[in-house]
Structures are given as structure tokens and as C-alpha cells.
Design a protein around this ligand. Structure first.
Ligand code: SAM
Length: 282
């Protein structure tokens, strides 16, 4: 079954009485070149189990299952379950979890389904939860090698920005703390059904960095970074005092000790500076 053929897809969806949900970010891929590329560039290969988030009708799931040993996919929309039973019926290495990825026990899924395998994550992410899903994957200490995801172009720019630049955000610090990130290729809005209002891009995060901080320090570091970026126009000291209740003088003295201006904004701080401030304020 060709899941990138528009009339095939329309036929399956109408037979199952399925209507797209905008709220769930349902824009399904119909460009035949994109899913094989995500699978190939996203570690879907021998020796790997791939965790997919958001299957839609299984267009990417299928390409992953053709290349990886196993695919476990989490899809929130119950209406898609009978559709997937039909579209993926020829595969015996796919397991679907009808759950919200933000609530699913990903540790359990990975340890039970991918025993003896390495793990990669691949997805065409629902755009309304791009950052929360990426932060969840990064912060949960899951044993994953890489996260290869399609995101909106603007989100890709933020993810791939330099820490310490105007374009950066809490998510930029997150990905650079845990690994290295790069943009793989762009995808035009016409590659989806229905077509969204923005273009997209596929990025890959390789989780290959040694941790700079211990567990508790790490928790504090991310609370500090999120507080800073939630009020990015304020000075870093003002954000930390209003969001985390840290005395402004304590922030000032930590910044001065490190030779950083007291009026600095979070977006101007490098990874080294952010980790050093976190250590001082903990
Ligand atoms: N992978 C398919 C494709 O490329 O055509 C579908 C991608 S579509 C952008 C996002 C998918 O994520 C939808 O199928 C949607 O129902 C699902 N989804 C949305 N929110 C979710 C959540 N919280 N947990 C799991 N899946 C979710």
C-alpha cells in the first residue's frame, strides 16, 4: 500500500471516517522522498530499535520498520488504531502504543521492546508540543543515541542556533547540553496533507556529550535556564529573582565573581557561563 499516494490515503481515511485534527498537529507526509530519508539519516538500521512519536497513518513507521530491527510507536489518537491495523498489517516488527507521549513510560517501552538493541528516536513531531517532547526526551535520561525529528522551520532555527546568540532559547541550551544538533534538510509545506502554513526542516540531535553537572546541579541548571528564557527581555538577575526567588544580590555576586556584567540577559550567556552560574547559585 502506497501511503504517499494521495488517492490511496484519501480512500483509507474516508473508509475509516477519519477527519484531521488540527489540535493534534495532524499534517501527514505525502512526499515520497521524505520518510526514507528520515529513516536512513535517523539510525533506522540493523542493531537498532526505533521509537516513533505520532504515527499518523504509518507512512514513516513503515520506512523505519523496513530498516530497523524493531519499531515501537506512541500515537495518541485512538481513531488511528484501526487505520494502522490495516496499513501496517504486513509488518511483524512494529508495536503501537495508543498513548500520550508526555505520559507514556518510555523507559519501560525501550527496556522491554529494545533489549539488546541500541535506540534511536525518529518522528514527524506534532508541532504544538515540539519543545516539550524534545526536552522530555533529553531530560528523562533515556538510553538513546539520536533524535531525528521534523519540526517547523522556525523551531529548527532555534534548535540549531548558537548558545549565547539572540536566536537561542531554553531548548537550544538543552540540546547543546546533552549533545550536538544539526539541520539535515528542509521540507516544503506542500509535502504534507493537509498543507500547513509554514515550511519544515528535519534536524538530528546526537546525544554524545559527557554530562558537565551532577544530577541535582543539572535539575537546578534547567530550572535556571527556563526561568531566564521565560522572561528573556529582563536581565538574568531580575528573571532569577522573580521566577525562582533567588536574592538579586546573590545573582549579582555570582555574576561578578565570574566576570560577567550584572545587567546580562540570558541569551548572551555561553554554555560555560551558564553552568558556572548554576554551580555558584546552587
Ligand atoms: N508520522 C506521521 C506522518 O509523518 O505523516 C504523522 C505526523 S503528524 C505531524 C503528528 C502525529 O502525532 C499525529 O498522528 C498526531 O495524532 C500525533 N500526536 C499528537 N499529539 C500526540 C501526543 N501527545 N502523543 C502521541 N502522539 C501525538
Amino acid at each position: 500500500m502506497n501511503l504517499t499516494n494521495i488517492s490511496t490515503v484519501k480512500d483509507i481515511l474516508s473508509r475509516h471516517g477519519f477527519n484531521f485534527s488540527k489540535g493534534l498537529g495532524q499534517n501527514f507526509l505525502i512526499n515520497p522522498d521524505v520518510c526514507p530519508k528520515i529513516a536512513e539519516m535517523g539510525n533506522a538500521r540493523e542493531g537498532y530499535g526505533v521509537l516513533e512519536i505520532g504515527t499518523g497513518i504509518g507512512v514513516l513507521t513503515k520506512e523505519l520498520a523496513l530498516r530497523a530491527e524493531k519499531v515501537s510507536a506512541v500515537e495518541i489518537d485512538t481513531r488511528l488504531m484501526p487505520v494502522l491495523e490495516e496499513t501496517l498489517k504486513d509488518f511483524d516488527n512494529i508495536k503501537i502504543y495508543n498513548e500520550d507521549v508526555m505520559k507514556a513510560d518510555l523507559h519501560k517501552i525501550i527496556s522491554e521492546d529494545f533489549a539488546g538493541l541500541r535506540t534511536a528516536v525518529c518522528a514527524n513531531l506534532p508541532y504544538y508540543i515540539t519543545s516539550p517532547v524534545i526536552m522530555l526526551l533529553l531530560e528523562s535520561n533515556l538510553p538513546i543515541d539520536s533524535i531525528t525529528v521534523m519540526v517547523q522551520k522556525e523551531a529548527a532555527q532555534r534548535l540549531c542556533a548558537k548558545v549565547g546568540s539572540r536566536e537561542s532559547g531554553a531548548i537550544t541550551v538543552g540540546v547543546n547540553y546533552y549533545g550536538t544538533v544539526k539541520q539535515l534538510f528542509g521540507v516544503s509545506r506542500g509535502s504534507f496533507m493537509p498543507s500547513p502554513n509554514v515550511d519544515s526542516a528535519v534536524i538530528r540531535i546526537d546525544l554524545d556529550k559527557e554530562r558537565r553537572l551532577s544530577g541535582d546541579e543539572e535539575k537546578f541548571f534547567f530550572r535556571m535556564v527556563k526561568a531566564g528564557f521565560s522572561q528573556r527581555r529582563k536581565t538574568f538577575a531580575n528573571s532569577l529573582s522573580s521566577m525562582l526567588g533567588i536574592a538579586k544580590d546573590d545573582v549579582y555576586s555570582a555574576l561578578s565573581d565570574l566576570g560577567i556584567s550584572q545587567s546580562v540577559r540570558v541569551e548572551a550567556l555561553t554554555m560555560d557561563e551558564l553552568t558556572a552560574v548554576a554551580r555558584k547559585l546552587m
